[in-house]
Design a protein around this ligand. Sequence first.
Ligand code: BGC
Length: 373
Amino acid sequence: MSWEKCWPSRNLSGNLSAMKSTPFDSFLRSLNPIWLSTFIGCAVISTCFGQATATAGKDAFARNQSLGRGVNVLGYDPIWDAFAQGRFKQRYFKMIHDGGFDTLRVNLYPFRHMGAGPDFALSNSWWQTTDWIVTNALAAKLNVILDFHEYEITGKDAASNKAKFLAFWRQVAPHFKNAPDQVLFEILNEPNGQMTPELWNQCLAEALGIIRESNPTRTVIIGPAFWNSIDHLAELKLPEQDRNLIVTVHYYKPMEFTHQGASWAHPVPKLGAVWLGTPAEQAAIAADFNKARDWAKQHDRPIFLGEFGAYDKGEMPSRVRWTEAVARAAEKDGWSWAYWQFDSDFIVYDIAKEQWVEPIHHALIPPGGAKTP
Ligand code: BGC
């Protein structure tokens, strides 16, 4: 059976108080003392910025290694509507780092915060929130991936959203041109539907061209069409001469288990599926990952498993087994990864209880694997 994800649109619109949009380094200088106090030291960050162009991402493999273990954050947080109502609190940056993670993959839904064409200017409030996230992530020694997550709308109507999609990178890339190498761009999450492999290959080349005008040495993340599926890596055409790319794939197989009860999957998988970690189940993961490993070897590209997770409606012991198996399989192949996700659903952190969901956290970061602060 082939499962298709079909996504409800989630209302993320809204405006924050105005703050002038500035390039990221000017933004740092304009921070108020409260935010400033969150930094380990502005001098450290400024020094990093000064070195950015000299040392930026020469080796995508080394950069990928440094991404290590990550987590998806903030995609569905009300912070984008009203900063003060954010569920994600400032102290979580350090907490996530101390919990053993190296990277935040920030799921961005910017379209609702963009003005009319042809400029499609991002709102001041959007810049404010995004800069706050990037600044705090870096201060907490986390890499930060800016993941353009408007995959539903670009999948439904690729042609009429292309200008807006490119306008996003035309604004975001120059804004972060002096940011440290630890800031990475991911061009588009899960291209699907009308964003066919052929169209995606054209769009990614155009977006990468825009990014390279201002960020010649920044590492950029790109995945295959069909929801970043390993099975569609073969159709992905990357600009051959650009070696500073990391290729991303997502993994949710078997969908009958990971998406049981998920209203956005079609058809909705029945509840009650388990994953026991039998040799056959383990072998299925290995077979899928081998396909990606072979492709990566042939094309000499590093792999980032940008999403994987099992929905909260499944039973916990099975979720733990599956999550651990997938994370360890990725690490065995030298991939970096980011768990789906911190908050909202598939959660690894319970904001209501202000505590890690320990079984999932431990499955991801084996005890002893957490960093010392
Ligand atoms: C989507 C989420 C979804 C998850 C798992 C992500 O790419 O953005 O909305 O919950 O995949 O299906």
